[in-house]
Design a binder for this molecule. Structure first.
Ligand code: ADP
Ligand code: GLC
Length: 479
């Protein structure tokens, strides 16, 4: 696998969780995975380093690679401090680093140079998101006739179509891309180059992270200009729902919770609620403990519904609920939540930043998890919430649609609350409904238990990936 994030080495979002967990799930099915990842600032793991020279256009770049073992999985860290020893993975919130094309071309070339050095060890190469998009491109063009790499089938996973790796056409020369990589059936995108389009065009099988999203991205509403490219590959496009890592996200053993709980000891969840209120700087009064607590852990971007929430300041403050928000992202959304917390200091708490421990405590201590995404390829937090007895309130899109089953008052079935229209009214109406049902303790308990007993493990999904790898290895080629 080639990826730009992997838990616990480097993470900005769910990609890291998936690349951290899928190799382990594949290992339990008997497969061996090597993952190639940049060595970003602060990644200390991996001792013996060996040099690896990589060509970028006219320049030879000297990198160092080191290996880290994670059970049967090997992680290969590509070390090139000018490219990767930086404060952020992709750039500050004001914009991406200007040389991201070169940084991730370096990752792709280093991964293939590494692979070539291993001999014919690999059955399939799996790239994740645009940052790995050049891997299938390079394999199908400049490496097509290689003894070592020419045979390698490719699988490419789209975790989020909104990020397309689009760069000025002048990069083609600087990166030394083959003319076959540049055509309109390849990386060319409205006069520029898209790493994502290259990944799609040259991979044998394309996957995305939920069945619903696989269908959505073939429409103009969710395709972000790629719907034509994707409908053209519809036969090779497969939606596989992400799993969650049952070891990392398990309320019965979670070290970030003050007291473990599970379906048989659900009353012990109250200890996490109290600890969360305290951690958020809110007093754990009887009132506060009785009032439903709504948690949010998210990148603060419009994709996640923060533009809707930002129109709702007074309405949120007026609800019979406490809000605890953890996230970072666009300055305007950070300011909105800071202002709301200042206006309702007893009801709203916000932590701007990235804090893994607090993310776990929110899943453990909240009653409701709010995820009103405009689009959501899969989404992991709603599944963490289900497992932690924290009832999700979500919009019916992508992986949220595939994992959260709406509460049906007539039968009591369901595991969460779902709204369809991407409007502030629909969001508030659904949140109010959830807050009402919260007061009906037996209905609420049923909702919690339905979530906690849903299978969100990686096992079934890892088997689907194996089928996709087999299909890529035996099936017809892409572009
Ligand atoms: P996305 O990848 O689009 O951000 P996902 O729901 O797939 O959305 O995954 C988000 C992951 O990142 C989850 O593991 C979530 O807990 C984590 N996360 C997001 N923001 C923060 C934060 N501010 N602090 C800690 N963890 C965060
Ligand atoms: C992306 C998506 C998210 C998905 C994650 C892991 O970041 O936005 O929905 O869960 O990738 O696949």
């Amino acid at each position: 696998m080639v990826a730009s994030e992997m838990h616990p080495f480097a993470k900005t979002g769910g990609l890291a969780d998936v690349v951290g967990a899928l190799p382990r799930a594949l290992a339990t099915l008997g497969h061996t995975v090597d993952v190639v990842l940049p060595r970003y600032r602060g990644v200390a793991a991996g001792e013996t380093a060996s040099p690896l020279a990589v060509r970028l256009g006219a320049v030879m770049v000297e990198t160092m690679t080191s290996e880290v073992a994670d059970g049967p999985t090997r992680v290969i860290l590509v070390d090139h401090p000018p490219s990767f020893d930086r404060e952020f993975l992709y750039g500050p919130s004001s914009g991406d680093y200007e040389d991201n094309a070169a940084r991730f071309a370096l990752l792709a070339r280093a991964a293939l140079a590494w692979a070539a050095r291993q001999g014919q060890r690999y059955d399939v190469v799996h790239g994740h998101d645009w940052q790995a998009g050049l891997v299938p491109v390079l394999l199908a063009t400049e490496h097509a006739d290689d003894v070592q790499l020419g045979h390698l089938p490719t699988v490419f996973t789209i975790h989020n179509l909104a990020y397309q790796g689009i760069f000025d056409a002048s990069w083609a020369e600087r990166l030394g891309l083959h003319p076959r990589a540049l055509g309109t059936d390849a990386m060319e995108y409205w006069g520029r180059l898209s790493f994502l389009k290259g990944g799609i065009a040259f991979s044998r099988v394309i996957t995305t992270v939920s069945p619903r999203y696989a269908a959505e991205i073939q429409t103009p509403e969710f395709g972000f200009g790629f719907e034509g490219v994707l409908t053209g590959r519809a036969d090779d496009l497969v939606g596989i729902l992400n799993g969650i890592d049952y070891d990392q996200w398990n309320p019965a053993v979670d070290p970030y919770l003050p007291k473990p709980f599970d379906a048989a000891r659900l009353d012990d969840k109250a200890a996490s609620k109290r600890a969360l209120l305290v951690a958020a700087g809110l007093s754990p009064t009887q009132d506060a403990l009785a009032r439903p607590l709504v948690g949010i852990v998210s990148r603060l971007v419009a994709q996640k519904g923060f533009d809707l929430l930002a129109t709702l300041g007074d309405d949120l403050g007026a609800l019979d609920a406490t809000f605890v928000v953890l996230g970072r992202g666009e300055a305007a959304f950070e300011t909105f939540w800071r202002d709301l917390a200042a206006a309702h200091p007893d009801r709203v708490a916000v932590r701007i930043g990235f804090d893994e421990g607090l993310a776990h405590l929110i899943e453990g201590g909240a009653d409701i998890f709010l995820m009103p995404s405009r689009f959501e390829p899969c989404g992991l937090n709603q599944m963490y919430s289900l497992r932690y007895g924290t009832v999700p309130v979500v919009r019916a899109t992508g992986g949220l649609y595939d994992t959260v089953e709406p509460y049906n008052p007539a039968t009591g079935s369901g595991n969460g609350f779902v709204f369809e229209d991407y409007t502030a009214e629909a969001l508030v109406r659904t949140l109010r409904h959830a807050l009402r049902i919260y007061r009906e303790s037996s209905a609420w308990r049923r909702l919690q238990l339905a979530g906690m007993t849903r299978d969100c493990s990686w096992e079934a999904s890892a088997r689907e990936y194996v089928r996709v790898y087999e299909r890529a290895a035996g099936g017809r080629t892409g572009a």
